[in-house]
Design a protein around this ligand. Structure first.
Ligand code: NAP
Ligand code: F7E
Length: 328
């Protein structure tokens, strides 16, 4: 029988890759998309992957419980992936309450809608390594205590614990993936990796001279989104719901990411990068490094894409995109 999946955050990076994965597995894929005045560009990522038109789209918003209930009633999904969020950490200090409404209460609204309308469905919550924040252990696993450092991270922690609570209280098959940073050519341009590969591509093509960044010393455990959505799916195929860290086990500074991207383009970072305090944060997460050994043991999951391959794929895509846009 054809399985039916519902994705919130369909138009984001992970939503697009997850939809592609589920379609390739024969799923009927539904997604919730919020109304936008720029409706012609909201499906840009789905178009990039060539899967627009293959997904049944539902007009909705995570802040509106009534629409979530109605959508679940109509779709009757077997699997639900809650990827929708205000996901940009820096914006969460500028829009803390909006971040709470969407990222924390939005997850709770989804859980409540599932409890009421689809209690037999399997539920995935997109938790985040940002919850570790001011790290309490040098390598973070499922047992590491959390210490969130931004309104975004606090909101994610709420969604995370609600997922655990609904599993324990109501017996929902609700799993939480504590995913470390994952990137791709479909990453939003405001995030540092994409900002770097886009900047390097512009510099390479002679369209820009300098790239302004914030804290170059922060380090992140960066993987490829395509690998990470596979982990989401694997979590919902398990008989028992659980929480898993998904990470590569390698951490790299923003500076070294720059070195890699500039050198792949035959350029030198020192000639182009300038530090601009506007991109610093009120509270920083200095280091993140994940231990995904539980995911390896129980899900058989491991990251396949290396950082070098990731940078190369992102840079190639940005060069191509800019050449097309600028008609170079
Ligand atoms: P993303 O590209 O920022 O996508 C976020 C999605 O949420 C978009 O589709 C966005 O829609 C949607 N959204 C925002 N507000 C909404 C609302 N009020 N109602 C319904 N949908 C709403 O994020 P991503 O990188 O794909 O990440 C997916 C999820 O994983 C997020 O929850 C994120 O916080 C979490 N996460 C990401 C990472 C990572 O490294 N990428 C790591 C850990 C956890 P629009 O297109 O209309 O804006
Ligand atoms: O920052 C530093 C910045 O914005 C990474 C989200 O997907 O992953 C993401 O959150 C680091 C930080 O991602 C710039 O200070 C330096 O230390 O790419 P980012 P993030 O904050 O780690 C987690 C796991 C999520 O869950 C989130 O949803 O890079 N940095 N200079 C900069 N960051 C940005 N954005 N721009 C700069 O110019």
């Amino acid at each position: 029988m054809t399985k039916r999946a519902l994705i919130t955050g369909l138009t984001g990076q992970d939503g697009a890759y997850l939809a592609q994965l589920l379609l390739s597995k024969g799923y009927e894929v539904h997604g919730i998309v919020r109304r936008s005045a720029s409706a012609d560009v909201v499906d840009a990522r789905l178009r990039w992957l060539g899967i627009d038109g293959q997904i049944q789209v539902h007009d909705g918003n995570l802040t509106d419980l009534s629409c979530l209930i109605r959508i679940l009633r109509d779709v009757k999904p077997d699997e639900i992936y809650n990827l929708g969020a205000q996901s940009f950490v820096k914006s969460s200090w500028q829009q803390p309450l909006l971040t709470g409404s969407v990222t924390a209460m939005g997850a709770h609204n989804m859980l409540e809608a599932v409890r009421l309308e689809a209690p037999e469905a399997r539920f995935y919550q997109a938790s985040s390594s940002e919850m570790y924040g001011l790290i309490q252990e040098s390598v973070q696993s499922e047992t590491t205590p959390f210490y969130p450092r931004s309104p975004y991270a606090v909101a994610k922690l709420y969604g995370h614990w609600m997922t655990v609570n609904y599993r324990e209280s109501f017996g929902l098959h609700a799993s939480s993936g504590i995913l470390f940073n994952h990137e791709s050519p479909l990453r939003g341009i405001e995030f540092v990796t994409r900002k770097i590969t886009d900047g390097v591509a512009r510099i390479k093509l002679g369209l820009q001279e300098k790239l302004a960044l914030g804290n170059l010393d922060a380090t992140r455990d960066w993987g490829h989104a395509r690998d990470y959505v596979r982990a989401m799916w694997l979590m919902l195929q398990q008989e028992k719901a659980d929480d898993y860290v998904i990470a590569t086990g390698r951490t790299t500074s923003v500076r070294d990411f720059c070195v890699l991207a500039f050198s792949q383009a035959g350029l030198t970072m020192e000639d182009h990068v300038v530090v601009d305090p506007r991109f610093m944060r009120p509270a920083e997460v200095d280091v993140l490094l994940g231990d995904a050994s539980k995911a390896k043991a129980k899900l058989g999951w491991e990251a396949e894409c290396t950082l070098e391959q990731l940078v190369s794929e992102m840079l190639e895509a940005d060069l191509e995109r800019i050449k097309q846009r600028e008609k170079l």
